[in-house]
Write a protein that binds this ligand. Structure first.
Ligand code: E4P
Length: 217
């Protein structure tokens, strides 16, 4: 299972990279705004910097919503760096654009996916990744993790190459459940990745080992 970090914050990306378990980055317009990056030129520079830090897949989302505009923006994003994966929303023109990008060898991440039907369309169009949003489904009393398992099952049945990228992850338990459900990737806030470290018995055990070690050192 691959771990992506879900942020545009360079300090968090560097920390995750140094931690040694990072396989990529996902961003979205809200995360870019949160990290204070504004204007096309600055945003493109920011993507380039992220690519250089992680040397792995970096999802960069289009703002356009019509076919022609998605193609234009997606090609500009893809030209920034080979590591860019063009993130395209799950809309009719988005699916058409994913098919176009797929035929041209440009990798894509189909975002804002909330149903198995949408995930089938993304795979049929040739998306590299499909991003079902677990947390946002949980927020409205749907079991987000059921969707991950359902998509993984369908993709296995038909041998689709599209990778299931569990998105909108809120904590470490989501990561564990996504792994159990067979997600290829989990994109997570840094806090969720670091949350996997925590267990009180680890802390108690380490304290005891260190105090016993003092007796014979
Ligand atoms: C990542 O690709 C998604 O844009 C992100 O995980 C959405 O997360 P949120 O629901 O916490 O905004």
């Amino acid at each position: 299972m691959k771990f992506f970090i879900d942020t545009a914050n360079l300090d968090e990306i560097k920390e995750a990279k140094e931690f040694g378990v990072l396989d990529g980055v996902t961003t979205n317009p809200s995360l870019m705004a949160k990290s204070g990056v504004k204007g096309k030129e600055n945003i493109f520079k920011h993507y380039k910097t992220i690519c250089e830090i992680v040397d792995a897949d970096v999802s960069a989302e289009v703002i356009a919503t019509t076919y022609e505009e998605i193609i234009k923006e997606g090609e500009e994003l893809a030209a920034i760096d080979d590591r860019i994966v063009v993130k395209v929303p799950m809309i009719k023109d988005g699916i058409k654009a994913i098919k176009y990008f797929s035929d041209k060898g440009i990798r894509t991440n189909c975002t804002l996916v909330f149903s198995a039907g949408q995930a089938i369309l993304a795979a049929k169009a040739g998306a590299t990744y499909v991003s079902p949003f677990i947390g946002r489904l949980d927020d409205i009393s749907f079991e987000g993790m059921d969707l991950i398992a359902q998509i993984v099952d369908i993709y296995e049945t038909f041998s689709f190459d599209t990778q299931v990228l569990a998105a909108s992850i809120r904590g470490p338990l989501h990561i564990v459940q996504a792994a159990e459900s067979g997600a290829d990737v989990a994109t997570c806030p840094l806090s969720a990745i670091l949350g996997l470290l925590k267990h009180p018995l680890t802390d108690i055990g380490l304290e005891k080992f260190l105090s016993d070690a003092k007796n014979f050192s």
